[in-house]
Design a protein around this ligand. Structure first.
Ligand SMILES: Nc1nc2c(ncn2[C@@H]2O[C@H](COP(=O)(O)OP(=O)(O)OP(=O)(O)O)[C@@H](O)[C@H]2O)c(=O)[nH]1
Length: 317
């Protein structure tokens, strides 16, 4: 018996649309659904009979329709395909991610292509949207980005105190020095050193000394602004850049840190350890010829503080 050829064609088209692992949706100019394949049915639980000839946005209110219509416009008017990658928008249809429970994805990441479908007259009355599930690719790229960010952070941060390490702090200091030459608002530099720290180590042990360093680091973090650049310069010495800050304000910050350290008691192995710090401050001067001069000024002020009974803040001339 001869099979009607158009019926046979319909049959294989149906099979084809049903078996491919991408979403296929055909829309007319009013964004009414003309084709809805098995992939779309499986992920949305909407069968073709329910959505056929209905407006897409009524079924998917989460789609930003203005944005989507703007994106699809070139497919209708210029007859050119449009690509939307997951980095631009993670998904068009909010479908669950069918990965194992251990997966971090809360939804299916999607790449989208919108193809113009031209009629025999060359007019584009419909477009075909192809939805690719790119969850695995997206997750591995996001994991890689997060790993890189962690590595970058490890490279910048002192493991003990959580402040910037010396190398990164010095890079910032050089940039700040150059910026100050162009700026009208001078920044200031604080150098800070724990008093008689060797004695802390000798009396209570190195781990107790480490605890003291951690506490001083956390006090510095608490007492400074997010825009200030605080680093562990080495051993028990810390350095802080305070961008665009007048000397009087810097003295106030330094004094606050000094008092907080003086008031706090570090408890280690049930032993109370009291400490003090000495602080030197140097404001930026336009006659500095390199950044080391700025550092030396702050260091000299710190040395003066150490030499005048410690537990003091000295502002360089
Ligand atoms: N616990 C611990 N000690 C450190 C670390 N890095 C350096 N030190 C010690 O810090 C001490 C630094 O001492 P100094 O700054 O030279 O002298 P000080 O005893 O603090 O005396 P003044 O600075 O003159 O008040 C040395 O004993 C170092 O061994 C560290 O990461 N942890």
């Amino acid at each position: 018996m001869a099979v009607d050829s158009s019926l046979a064609e319909m049959h294989w088209k149906h099979d084809l649309l049903g078996s491919i692992e991408v979403g296929i949706v055909v829309l007319d100019k009013e964004f009414n659904v003309k084709v809805w394949n098995q992939f779309m049915e499986n992920h949305s639980s909407i069968v073709p009979g329910m959505i056929q000839d209905k407006n897409l946005f009524e079924f998917f209110p989460e789609i930003d329709n203005e944005w989507f219509m703007r994106k699809a416009a070139p497919a209708f008017s210029l007859k050119s395909p449009v690509f939307i990658i997951w980095e631009q928008r993670p998904y068009l249809f909010h479908f669950d991610c069918n990965r194992p429970i251990t997966s971090q994805a809360n939804y299916m990441y999607q790449n989208i292509t919108i193809f113009p479908l031209a009629s025999l007259t060359g007019q584009v009355e419909q477009v075909c949207i192809v939805i690719y599930d790119v969850t695995d690719e997206a997750l591995s790229k996001l994991a890689m980005q997060s790993l890189n960010a962690q590595l970058e952070n490890i490279n910048r941060v002192d493991g003990l105190t959580g402040l910037y390490n010396r190398r990164f702090w010095e890079e910032q200091f050089i940039m700040e020095y150059k910026r100050n030459h162009r700026s009208k608002n001078p920044s200031a530099l604080i150098m800070l050193d724990i008093d008689h720290f060797k004695k802390v180590n000798d009396t209570h042990g190195h781990p107790a000394g480490d605890e003291v360093l951690k506490i001083v680091g956390s006090i510095i973090k608490k007492a400074t602004r997010e825009t200030d650049i605080a680093g562990r310069y080495g051993g028990d010495e810390f350095a802080i850049i305070l961008p665009d800050t007048p000397a009087a304000d810097v003295e106030f910050v330094a004094e606050r840190i000094r008092r907080l350290v003086e008031k706090c008691t570090v408890v280690y192995d049930e032993v109370n350890i009291s400490i003090t710090i000495s602080i030197g401050i140097a404001g930026f001067k336009h006659n500095f010829t390199d950044n080391i001069q700025w550092l030396d000024s702050a260091d000299k002020a710190l040395y003066q503080a150490k030499n005048s009974s410690r537990n003091r803040v000295i502002l360089s001339e």
